[in-house]
Ligand binder design. Sequence first.
Ligand code: HEB
Length: 438
Amino acid sequence: MDELILARSLFGTTMGFHIIFATLGVGIPLLSLISEITYQVTKDKHYAVMAQRWTKGFAVLLGVGIPTGTIAGVQLTLLWPGFMEVVGKVIALPFQIEIFAFLLEALFMSIYVYAQDRLSASMRIISLSLVTLGACASAVLITNVHAFEGTPAGFRIVNGEIVDIDPWAAFFNPSFFVTGGHVAVTAFMTGAFTIASIAAFKMLREKGLTNVYHFHRKALMLALITGGFFSLLTALNGHDSAQLLHKYQPEKLAAAEGLFETQAYAPLAIGGYTDRESKEVKWGIEIPWLLSFLANNRFDEVVIGLNDYPEEEWPPLFVHTLFNAMVGIGFLLLGLSIIGFIWHDLMRKKSFPKWMMWLFIATGPLAMCGIEFGWIFACTGRQPWVIYRVMLTEDAVTKTGGIGSLFIMFGIVYLILLISVVLVLYYYFKRHPVSKEI
Ligand code: HEB
């Protein structure tokens, strides 16, 4: 049992670290593409500089994304041999196709970064589009294995043997599109808000409305509007994600909402925490009927509560808090981008009050918290299963032991990677200040 907890902690740490770079690696190319297009349309040189600078930052992040992604792959085989046996036989397609998506991304990124000034305008847009497409396809393909864990399809296990294998049915498992969509739009959203944070921070440090200030102001607005747009898509698609839980993993939805009694006209609990003793959400606000409506668009929908399951099968109850935080962050960021848009574009103000700037600075870290909370919710909320209702996590884990020392070793590796990427980015952009490039 202890080894299981260690294995989960190690793998969770690896994924929690990798996902930061993976998310930015999907989100930032889109921002570069949008600014490159804006440059072609407006001929404002600032946007060309943004596209170049962001792509260089992206190249550095990719330099960390690749090793951490490789470590994640190795750890999958080391820590979860039981799971990887099913993956190898049933759901290997996404891993195989992903190699091509990655090649596309890496190839056109190099072309854009190293040969930018020799490329025609249309070739620059094509290169950046292919980088974005490749990055996004990689993410959707890899997370399809995660989608499969929640809604497995395309095989059966009979007496411990894997039979009736249909790789395409596994590939197009019921949550493929919705999960892939959620991962893609939240990555675009997070990439955008990360840029917004940096731009807002740089604006605060400028004295007066200098040329550099206006450069960052344009970057801020481009990022806020893109981020707001994708927050809206996240909300729409998150609604579909929740409906899938209702249909396929009802106990996860029940845990997300702290619902114990199965009922029609089920209320939605916002905030607070789930108390195991009294079987209720404490300190939360209950909105009558809303959960039933969210689950299946009708108020008399019966939503299953945790009491219908034996307690050993309950997901951890803290997921209610994570789920609320994720949803809350989504709506908060949507609100902030609307405020920014009204202030800057409708009221036509070129400078922002300080409190607003600090809120904009907070958007990037908040979005990244949303990503982390979302993953922890989705993966711990599936426990005790590694493949829902097919394989227990404790049956998938390695029997070799010695995970404790691995944990320490990888911890040191991540720390070194983190420090180096921060230093590389810091010194690169310090040596190449915006003021010189514009
Ligand atoms: Fe999220 C997950 C919903 C927002 C990020 N999401 C998730 C889930 C759900 C949701 C239901 C689960 C799925 C499974 O498990 O299968 N969201 C939602 C909603 C909202 C949200 C409703 C509101 C709008 N998210 C959000 C945000 C973010 C996120 C904002 C960030 C930024 N999520 C996320 C992630 C995840 C999730 C990353 C993991 C993956 C999946 O999908 O699973």
